[in-house]
Write a protein that binds this ligand. Sequence first.
Ligand code: ATP
Ligand code: MG
Ligand code: FE
Length: 355
Amino acid sequence: LVLLGIETSCDETAASVVRQAADGTVEVLSSVVHSQIDDHAAYGGVVPEIAARSHVETIDGVVKRALVEAGCDWSGLDGVAATAGPGLVGGVMVGLSYAKGVAMGRGLPLVAVNHLEGHAVSARLGRPVAYPFLLLLVSGGHCQLLEVRGIGDMSRLGTTLDDAAGEAFDKIAKAMGLGYPGGPALERLAATGTDAGAERFDLPRSLLGRRDCDFSFSGLKTAAARLSQGLETEADKADLARAVQNAIARQLAERSVRALDLFSESHPDLDRPAFVVAGGVAANATVRARLTAVAEARGFDFVAPPMAYCTDNAAMIALAGAERLRLGLTSDLAVAARPRWPLDEARALSDPTHA
Ligand code: ATP
Ligand code: MG
Ligand code: FE
């Protein structure tokens, strides 16, 4: 199956053409991402009105470029998939409406995709990953552990009680004057600090010892913002950035251990199941290293998507679309955009208006 995917839920306008063979082999024929970072940088975060207008202006060009780069025309497509939520509803409507137009005009099946389901399958863009697997979804808006049994068949083991992991990176980076988006900026600065220097900062370890799979980053955020006030030098700032990154990575790893055990208990027959990390924070090297260590110690195969598919992209939406289309989970042209849409409601996903 060859799918066109469209992603407009936040601040990137993206389109991609992906081929999934009957044996599951995935080939990304093109993946075009137009980032709006420059449009929002002056405001220190995404401005919904600006985002929606920018999506309207760029969507057509981005889709056409994705087709050209894939060497594909409309007749080479088996379906069109678009993010239908969750996200900024003005943006989601732009991409979803465009996809409806394509579906109607070209007589193609439409597949409405949950953005988080896209992140959930994103590792499969790089290599085969068998279902079921344990997923840590760490993005700008979410921090969740999920058991993924298949497309549209997931249950949540834990979630954040306050901020998402990417949000924690962004807010702390902002408090430290590092600009937006904060995650990559903080990682670059942390690379110039040292672990010895980082250790002098006393950052809280939230939820330690709790027997659930939840997360909390607000204590860390408050402590880091306070500590950043008294810093004298660039080197001190780098050490604090490193301390913050270590603390976030450590919590993600510590809180994942419980979920790894729960997953093993419910799937005793599986030999080396996959522990997948996805979402923007999966691009962080320290986070990857910590998670690799806990996965290995518990007999899991650690998998992260290729770097380009950690943050928002349309290849993951096209792939989720292909998997849905194969199962017959297409959508009505009347399907509505959903600003909120929990991933474990995924069974009903094929038509969000009925969910
Ligand atoms: P959601 O998917 O929950 O709707 P989103 O789409 O905005 O949110 P993503 O695009 O998956 O989120 O990820 C963006 C987030 O990832 C931002 O918070 C950003 O700071 C963070 N991020 C990106 N790269 C890195 C990095 N190298 N280190 C840490 N965080 C990072
Ligand atoms: Mg983004
Ligand atoms: Fe995302």
